[in-house]
Design a protein around this ligand. Structure first.
Ligand code: ADP
Length: 290
């Protein structure tokens, strides 16, 4: 089963073009949708989740018309929105059971088994009796995945799921998603490059509603090979370097700015060849340098 998006357009009433001819083919596995804030990711995710309408275009999930057969899609969909604000004072177990009931799992014995298995799968079984209000960010995100996975979706959409997680929580969350991604289509929308690098087999870069790249992360990196250069400079030199070179990234290493710059030819001035990475790809694409 594949998700096929063709020529999707959406302009909001205020004139913002959030989707500008988006076409993507998304196979089973982990798919990263990478873009800066405001790129149009949530608009696309909400459209795929049947929560809003595009102006034109088509989306199919296998042979289902996503824009028309909404109930069919919803039966196959798990969605973790950017703001999953449901954290009442009841336990994870009771809340999940309630959500399972809403999803149509009416047999109480079956529901109990499914909820228990899901709590274990998402590593929440030990805290199943704890109130959701007391959950940490990582626990909340894993609960978000647990509710999204109820009913065995074939398409799982997660919108900016790792923002605010500490490295340990992020790792646990990655492992859970990677396991899910072996069986279904998982679309991970994010502005965090490492999320895509660490997890996704395929990806797209989206900016100002347009798809700037679609393919494997490693292929994009290879294409940039030989055009990224690096050196460290003094802090006071930063403005000069930013004016003179195409600075892709600037990180402090040992208190000094360490630059990656883009150039088809060696830029001189002490720059050395650098291995390109996905962050270089991301910034050269959204600045339209490559
Ligand atoms: P992302 O998820 O990548 O941050 P969004 O899809 O949320 O991007 O937003 C894309 C653009 O559309 C942004 O410029 C945003 O301000 C605008 N936008 C999003 N939702 C609305 C809305 N309901 N009305 C008007 N503009 C919106």
């Amino acid at each position: 089963m594949e998700l096929t998006i063709k020529n999707l357009f959406k302009t909001y009433k205020n004139g913002v073009k959030a989707l500008d001819n988006v076409s993507l083919t998304i196979p089973r596995g982990m798919y990263g949708l990478l873009g800066p804030n405001g790129a149009g990711k949530s608009t696309l995710m909400r459209t795929l989740a049947t929560l809003q309408e595009p102006d034109s275009g088509s989306v199919t999930l296998g042979d289902i018309d996503v824009l028309k057969q909404k109930d069919e899609v919803r039966r196959r969909l798990g969605y973790l929105p950017q703001e999953f604000g449901v954290y009442p004072r009841i336990s994870a177990q009771d809340m999940l059971s309630h959500l399972a009931l809403l999803k149509g799992i009416t047999n109480s014995r079956e529901r109990k088994e499914i909820v228990s298995a899901m709590l274990q799968r998402c590593n929440l079984y030990d805290v199943r009796k704890k109130a959701l209000t007391g959950f940490s960010g990582g626990m909340r995100q894993r609960f978000g995945i647990a509710q999204a996975l109820l009913g065995n979706p074939q398409l799982l959409i997660v919108d900016e799921p790792t923002a605010g997680l500490d490295p340990g929580e992020r790792n646990r969350f990655y492992n859970l998603l990677a396991e899910v991604g072996e069986q279904v289509i998982v679309i991970l929308s994010t502005h965090i490059v490492e999320d895509v690098m660490d997890l996704c087999t395929n990806m797209a870069i989206i900016h100002e509603g347009k798809v700037l790249y679609e393919g494997e992360p490693q292929a994009a990196i290879s294409k940039l090979s030989g055009r990224i250069w690096q050196r460290s400079i003094e802090k006071v030199e930063l403005a000069h370097y930013e004016q003179t070179f195409r600075v892709v990234s600037n990180k402090l290493v040992g208190g000094r700015p360490f630059l990656h710059v883009y150039g088809e030819q060696p830029p001189g001035d002490g720059f050395l060849p650098s291995q390109a990475d996905l962050e270089d790809v991301f910034f050269t694409k959204i600045r339209n340098w490559d």
